[in-house]
Write a protein that binds this ligand. Structure first.
Ligand code: ZN
Ligand code: MN
Length: 481
């Protein structure tokens, strides 16, 4: 019988920093859509005699990410050369950080969601370290030819290494999603998965439950999406369990495997290289980085709210967890929500207008938040409702038309003649008509049946095609009766 095994997973995450220029030179850091080998210079191409100069903006972004992850920033740290040969690495080494990384010893608290999107568990994953390094170029294999594009060579990366604290593929994905939210929230990375701005290497091993020793692991390289991360870990877990059954134990040594997205299988690449193979030594061309306690304290004062804090705030305001995640994950939606909340001081109303009505109409029209009305257009609609120009009900129709046509609220109200009737003489006219037409209801009301009033108000609303101001109709009716 198979022993009772548990899964041990740790991640290495590479996230591209959202700087204007590369890590050690002034080249454009946005290579997306640019012709190959056009955002390069002698420094990122590793020409002899050139000197790298660290990008201050990148260092600040990596420090902010460190603080967000609860890591302590090491007051003194430095860059190292990590040597390996590969055609996409022009210098013949990567400038990285080895024994003195930028920061270490943090943790991330994250929620695991069930199938319906509700939180089923809250877990903590330790962060071993965060260090900075530059990216390599990109190889494209075509038959027997390999093409090399160095535009990405020198792009600033953060490498974030976790403790082996994750216990399933689902936990690894939930953690990675929370990490992505955090990096975006502090402005360190755009973490756009489609552009390869966030990549994972996942290490997985098995051990008998109740034991504490870590067994040799299989490291799955270069996973580019949450889906790939999940599928690759599920596949490798199954494979290692089968192997355990066959051999009676764990792997004999560390291995490195690649994930083949098309056939959804891993493939053996090599036995794992150890640090000795890289011949690390301190980068002689870049002086050590030194930060004072005050530098670090000052930086902490500039930190924005983290996703978990935002989530707690939204839940306190009466939103559901799913609504909170919708706002946290979509900055443009959050901007609209916050604008309505600021205007009205009413979070429930803001969530009903933005998360129910607006999102509903956007879905129907198959539009993205960025293609719909912006925050100021929605605030204008709120003003039209609050000053009595239109009723709340008519507001819903106006919003739908705003989404469909891209026009603003006042244009739609004018074109469609949707103004609410608040004019006293016009309402008096309508009320008179209602009294004449409903003698039975009037009698009932006069004999004490309060509910009869509703029928008369309903008549007025129907007569006015819903445009009469109901509060005014009520007031006038009571006066007349
Ligand atoms: Zn360059
Ligand atoms: Mn790395």
């Amino acid at each position: 019988m198979s022993p009772n095994l548990e899964v041990i997973i740790g991640l290495e995450v590479h996230a591209q920093m959202s700087t204007k220029t590369k890590m050690f030179c002034g080249c454009d850091n946005d290579a997306f859509g640019k012709a190959p080998n056009t955002t390069v210079c002698p420094i990122c191409m590793g020409h002899p005699g050139t000197l790298p100069a660290p990008n201050a903006a990148a260092i600040e972004k990596a420090m902010k990410a460190s603080v967000a992850l609860g890591c302590s920033i090491n007051e003194e740290n430095h860059f190292d050369r990590k040597h390996y040969f590969y055609p996409d690495l022009p210098m013949g080494f990567q400038i990285s950080q080895y024994d003195f990384p930028l920061s270490s010893n943090g943790s991330v608290t994250y929620d695991v969601l069930d199938a319906s999107g509700n939180v089923s568990d809250t877990k903590v994953c330790g962060i071993t370290r965060l260090h900075m390094e530059n990216d390599a170029g990109k190889l494209t294999h075509r038959g027997s030819t390999t093409l090399c594009d160095f535009n990405r060579a020198g792009t600033p990366l953060m490498e974030i290494v976790t403790e082996p604290d994750l216990r399933s593929a689902a936990e690894a994905v939930a953690f990675a999603q929370e990490l992505r939210r955090m990096l975006i929230a502090v402005g360190s990375s755009e973490a756009d998965m489609f552009k390869g701005m966030m990549r994972f290497d996942a290490s997985i091993s098995l051990r008998e439950k109740g034991t504490t020793k870590l067994n040799p692991r299989s490291e799955i390289k270069n996973l580019n999406s949450f889906k790939a991360l999940e599928k690759a870990l599920q596949y490798e877990e199954k494979r290692l369990r089968k192997l355990w059954d066959e051999t009676g134990g764990p792997l004999k040594g560390d291995i490195t495997v690649g994930w083949q997205d098309d056939i959804e299988k891993t493939r053996m690449l090599r036995e794992k290289e150890t640090a000795d193979d890289y011949r690390y030594f301190p980068e002689p061309d870049i002086p050590p980085l030194r930060f004072t306690k005050k530098d670090i304290e000052d930086l902490k004062k500039t930190m924005p709210a983290l996703p978990r804090e935002l989530k707690e705030q939204y839940i306190e305001l009466g939103l559901t967890e799913q609504q909170a995640f919708q706002l946290i994950d979509q900055a443009s939606l959050r901007e609209i929500f916050e604008a309505v909340r600021n205007k009205t001081g009413d979070a429930k109303r803001a969530s009903s207008l933005v998360l129910t009505q607006l999102l509903g109409f956007l879905n129907t029209a198959e539009k993205d938040v960025s293609e719909g009305p912006d925050a100021s257009a929605i605030v204008e609609l709120v003003e039209k409702i609050d000053d009595g120009t239109i009723s709340a009900n008519a507001g819903k129709d106006v919003l739908q038309k705003m989404v469909e046509s891209g026009k603003n609220a006042s244009a739609i109200i004018a074109e469609e003649g949707m103004q609410q009737i608040s004019d006293d003489s016009a309402i008096e006219e309508l009320v008179k008509k209602a009294i004449d037409a409903n003698p039975k209801a009037i009698e009932d009301y006069k004999s004490g049946k309060e509910a009869a009033l509703g029928a008369i108000v309903g008549f007025v609303m129907k007569e006015s095609k819903g445009q009469a101001n109901p509060a005014k109709v009520n007031e006038m009716l009571r006066k007349k009766l």
